[in-house]
Structure formats: structure tokens, C-alpha cells
Design a binder for this molecule. Structure first.
Ligand code: GLY
Length: 577
């Protein structure tokens, strides 16, 4: 039996009561023994902890937390988006793909004008940018296979939050302010999120009765309540009104898919991560395995040779990403790309102190592309994804990442239903040969086709070694896999605890643009000088993704670790003594 004690760090306690939390530079990890939840919000973490205390397992808690995020973190938590979950329940590993799909009327050139040029904003703003939502079916499917509590108990906390209201945090106020222009385009959205033309004030209470009614119907009827009937009609009608192509048939036919976890070993640990249509598992797995081969652990922490190894490894695995796409269309299988002989060849192509220009990686001639990227200038860096990590006292683990893609997705709130639609179509190769919003180059396997799932970088991952286990993942688009790999490396090399490993300043490289992005303090001036000497270009970059994780230590204690780059709140349940 679990008693109702919430062991949270002082910082999280402040966050539970203060509507405008300010994150400290270092987030104290929480320790305890009854189970743990980390999510971006105090409210959603508390919901997950309450579910654990009520006897729910990690899957019940994860689904309830995700639904609570759909209310209190509407810029990324969602019913109108999609995501991925990697779970271990009673020793059984599984991954659920509830990624959005391209609508039946979608086609390769749908975002181009008659001259073949991209129509500005077409794959980003408004419902033409929306894929068929996967979250309603996905979250229910996850619960129905692995949950223990009744479905209605798991949905109820989100209903209560939407119906009885919740306090507006500074983060939410700023998120609305930052997306004001997109939200203001749609009166349906502005009526809720820009009342009187302004974002809801910090500390005010927001009530979402339409969303509460949607969640009530979802609690009663499950996915059917959203994928058919009046809500599906409202989605299709709103989509049509603003030039979208989502139909009732698209919604009714959406199915989440259980897929084989992508498994690999590195640094003495075993891993299960997300396979296609996410590239995340491949990118994390390829990075860690190559770094182990290169002897990363034996190089000086935070020295130039380590940063060089990371950059060279990432430019190679991100070059491979171009081959990937929906499992039905991919040009390469991640498992084949991770085969030992291939990794040995890739590792052998990395010189100790000499950068290889990205144009030369993967054998292609990318000079034209490189020029284009230089002309386009700095890439927008959207990072509005949500990750939550849950572990329960029985050893069950969940890593769940969900998103609308951009902040508040395409900006259109479904009238009467109260939730926003995604703009996930931008994750396809919307303009063949050109980078997407994350600066990622996409290949033919990720071109738009009806029913295809767009390639993702989400990286929910589980890891274990002996009696220890970790659930980890992050938000931040293309920077998620490099952040997850770095957050793990401190632990895998035995140099840091989980929290310190997440706190450590990070770097990023993704093949193109051909430069190392680095957070302030990640590279000392002499390290930067050495890297320049190796031939790397460098650019300071703020906020390289956010990582949340829970670790179960060998003795059975849990460590809940959130990212100080925030927002993040971790909590622990303590069992009855
Ligand atoms: N929407 C970002 C991703 O899936 O990678």
C-alpha cells in the first residue's frame, strides 16, 4: 500500500504553489522509494504521482500525466497531435507509435506553388499543416494494453483541471505571447487563448469547459468520441474552413501501431528506444555505439577530442537519417544501419583531430545544399514537444514524448472541442531537398504520401544494467537525440549522477548546418580554439533541448531528474514503511 506522501525538492514545492516559477540554475534531483514522475509542469507531475498513490502503475500515471499536460501545457500537450511511448511492464518491452499520418488527400507537392516554390507558412500555420491526430487513440491504446486502473480514473484528473480551472504560469503566459500572431489568426483560438486580445494573465485562472466536455466524452467512449461523431465533424469542418484537408474518414481510420523496440547495447548498458517512424532511437543508438568504439570514455571530460568525436559521430548518423522515413517507405532499416561491421567502417572514417566537412559525409555532393543553408541564415528552432518519464515501485517504466510540433501546433483550436491541431506535416520533406523547421534535410523516404507517418526525432528511451534502470527522453526537435545521448553519457562513463549529467552544458551537430552549436560554458575558449584547429565551425546556441529522466538505483530507490533548462518538475511517491 502507498501512503500519501509527496517527496519533492524544495524547488518543486515552490513551483507547486507559485504560479510564476523561476527555474534555478541547477535542478535538484528528488530521491525516494515508491515511484517517480517527471514532466514539464508541477500540475501534471502531481497528477501522475496521485495516480501512483492511488495504486495505478507507471502506464496509468503516464497516460494521466499526458492528458493533464493536454490541459495545462496546451502549446505541446495535446489531443490534436501525436507521439511515441517506450514501455517496460512486467518485464515486457513494447513501443507504441501514435504519430500523426498524412491525410488521404495529401500529396508530395501540396506546399509548393505553381513555380515549385514553397508557399510561405503553408506547412506551419493553419490546418493544411495538420496531420491526422494520433494522441486520442494512442493514449487509450497504451492504457488498454498495460494500464491497471479504470480508464475513467485515468482521464478524470484532466477533466477536473479543464472544468475547474488552473492557474496560468508565467511559462504559459509567455508561450501564448510568443505565438500571439498565429493564434490571433483564428477567432476560435483567440477566444480561448487571447481573451480581450491578450494572453491570460499570470496567476489568473483559466477554465476550458469545451475541453472538459471532450475529455468527459473520451472518458466515457474512448477514442471513438474524438475520431468519430460530432468532434470529428467539428475537426473536419474547421479544417475545411481554413483550407485544410482533414476528413471524417481520415480521423475514423487512424490507428496507433505497436512496433518492435529498437534495441542496442553500449557502455555495458542495454537500451530499448523508438524505431521508425522516429529516427530518435537510431540517432541515440548510433551515437552511443560509435562513441564507445571510439574510446570516448578515455578522453578528457569536456576536452576538444570528446567534442570532436561527438560532432563527427553526429554528422554521420544525421547523414544516414536522410534515408529514413515511415516504416513502409524507408530506404534503410535502422537495425541494418547499426550493424557492427557498418559501425566499424563509420568509426574508422573518423580521424582523431581532423573534422570531415559534411559535404563529404555519405558520399553525396551537397555543395548546393550547403550554399542554400548559408543563404537561408539561422534556422528557427522550435522545441515545443513534451516528454514525461515515469517509473513505478514494481519496476515498470514509461518514456513518453508527445507533440503538436510547433508551439500551439498549427494555431487552430477545434471549436466546441477545445483542443488545438498539430502542424506535424512540416516534419515531412515538404520541399524536397530543402531543410525543414529544424534545419533537417529530408530524403525521398520522407516525402509526403497519403497515410504516411512523418519522420520524427523524438527519442523516448529505456536503459538498464543489472538492477538499475533509466527512463529518459526530451523535447527540442532535432536536438533531442543529441541531448539524450549527452545526458546519458555522463552516467554511462561513470563520471556523473543522472542529474549532473543532464545539467552539464551541451553541444549539438546535425550534419547540416555544418557547425557545432554549443551552450554557454559547454566549451572553454581553449577547447573552441582546438576545435577550430581541427576544422570545425562553431556557433553559440541557447537551450539545446530539454531532457527528463527517472533512474531506479540498484537498491530500489528512485531519482527523478528534470532539466534545469526547464520547465521541469520531478516528484516521488514514498511507500508505506
Ligand atoms: N515534431 C518534431 C519531431 O517529431 O521530431
Amino acid at each position: 500500500m502507498r501512503k500519501t506522501i509527496l517527496a519533492v525538492p524544495a524547488l518543486a514545492l515552490v513551483m507547486l504553489t507559485d504560479p510564476s516559477p523561476v527555474l534555478a540554475a541547477s535542478f535538484p534531483a528528488v530521491r525516494g522509494s515508491g515511484g517517480a514522475v517527471v514532466s514539464p509542469e508541477a500540475t501534471s507531475t502531481t497528477v501522475g504521482l496521485d495516480i501512483l498513490r492511488a495504486g495505478g502503475n507507471a502506464v496509468d500515471a503516464a497516460v494521466a500525466t499526458a492528458l493533464a499536460m493536454a490541459v495545462v501545457h496546451p502549446e505541446a500537450g495535446n489531443l490534436g497531435g501525436g507521439g511515441f511511448a517506450v514501455v517496460r511492464v512486467e518485464g515486457q518491452l513494447a513501443t507504441l507509435d501514435f504519430r500523426e499520418t498524412a491525410p488521404a488527400a495529401a500529396h508530395r507537392d501540396m506546399y509548393l506553388d505553381e513555380k515549385g516554390e514553397p508557399r510561405p507558412g503553408a506547412s506551419w500555420v493553419g490546418p493544411l499543416a495538420a496531420g491526422v491526430p494520433g494522441s486520442p487513440a494512442g493514449l487509450q491504446e497504451l492504457h488498454s494494453r498495460f494500464g491497471e486502473l479504470p480508464w475513467s480514473d485515468v482521464v478524470k484528473p484532466a477533466i477536473v483541471l479543464a472544468r475547474d480551472g488552473f492557474l496560468v504560469t508565467r511559462r504559459l503566459n509567455e508561450a501564448v505571447e510568443g505565438t500571439r500572431e498565429r493564434l490571433a489568426r483564428f477567432p476560435e483560438t483567440a477566444a480561448i487563448w487571447l481573451p480581450g486580445g491578450e494572453p491570460p494573465a499570470v496567476g489568473s485562472r483559466v477554465f476550458l469547459p469545451d475541453l472538459a466536455a471532450t475529455l468527459e466524452a473520451y472518458a466515457d467512449q474512448g477514442r471513438e468520441a474524438i475520431q468519430s461523431g460530432h468532434i470529428a465533424r467539428a475537426i473536419a469542418t474547421a479544417s475545411r474552413r481554413y483550407g485544410g484537408i482533414l476528413t471524417i474518414e481520415d480521423l475514423a481510420s487512424y490507428q496507433p501501431v505497436w512496433r518492435e523496440p529498437l534495441r542496442f547495447d553500449a557502455f555495458g548498458w542495454s537500451f530499448a528506444s523508438m524505431g521508425l517512424p522516429s529516427s530518435g532511437g537510431f540517432l541515440v543508438g548510433g551515437s552511443l555505439q560509435l562513441l564507445e568504439r571510439l574510446g570516448y570514455a578515455h578522453e578528457m571530460p569536456r576536452g576538444a577530442r570528446r567534442a570532436h568525436m561527438l560532432a563527427e559521430v553526429w554528422r554521420r548518423v544525421f547523414a544516414d537519417r536522410v534515408l529514413l522515413g515511415d516504416p513502409g517507405s524507408t530506404q534503410a532499416e535502422p537495425t541494418a544501419l547499426l550493424a557492427g561491421d557498418r559501425l566499424a567502417r563509420l568509426a574508422g572514417s573518423i580521424e582523431a583531430e581532423q573534422a570531415m566537412p559534411s559535404e563529404r559525409v555519405a558520399g553525396g555532393d551537397h555543395a548546393e545544399l550547403f550554399e542554400l543553408l548559408e543563404r537561408l541564415g539561422p534556422i528557427r528552432e522550435p522545441s515545443e514537444t513534451n516528454h514525461l518519464a515515469v517509473a513505478d515501485i514494481d519496476g515498470n517504466l514509461v518514456a513518453l514524448t508527445t507533440t503538436l510540433n510547433g508551439s500551439f501546433g498549427c494555431g487552430l483550436l477545434v471549436p466546441g472541442a477545445g483542443f488545438l491541431l498539430n502542424n506535424e506535416m512540416d516534419d515531412f520533406a515538404t520541399v524536397p531537398g530543402r531543410p525543414n523547421a529544424y534545419g533537417l534535410i529530408q530524403g525521398p523516404a520522407n516525402e509526403i504520401r497519403p497515410g504516411r507517418r512523418m519522420l520524427s526525432s523524438m527519442s523516448p528511451t529505456l536503459a538498464w544494467k543489472g538492477d538499475e534502470s533509466i527512463t529518459i527522453g526530451g523535447r527540442g526537435g532535432s536536438k533531442i537525440p543529441t541531448a539524450v545521448a549527452q545526458a546519458l553519457l555522463g552516467l554511462l562513463t561513470g563520471e556523473h549522477g543522472l542529474q549532473e549529467s543532464i545539467d552539464t552544458p551541451r553541444i549539438h551537430h546535425q550534419w547540416f548546418p555544418d557547425r557545432i552549436g554549443y551552450e554557454d560554458d559547454a566549451l572553454a575558449p581553449e577547447t573552441r580554439e582546438a576545435l577550430s584547429g581541427f576544422g570545425h565551425l562553431l556557433a553559440e546556441s541557447s537551450g539545446l533541448a530539454r531532457v527528463h529522466a527517472v533512474r531506479r538505483l540498484a537498491g530500489g530507490d528512485f531519482e527523478a531528474a528534470g532539466d534545469p533548462r526547464g520547465p521541469a518538475v520531478g516528484g516521488i511517491v514514498d511507500p508505506e514503511p
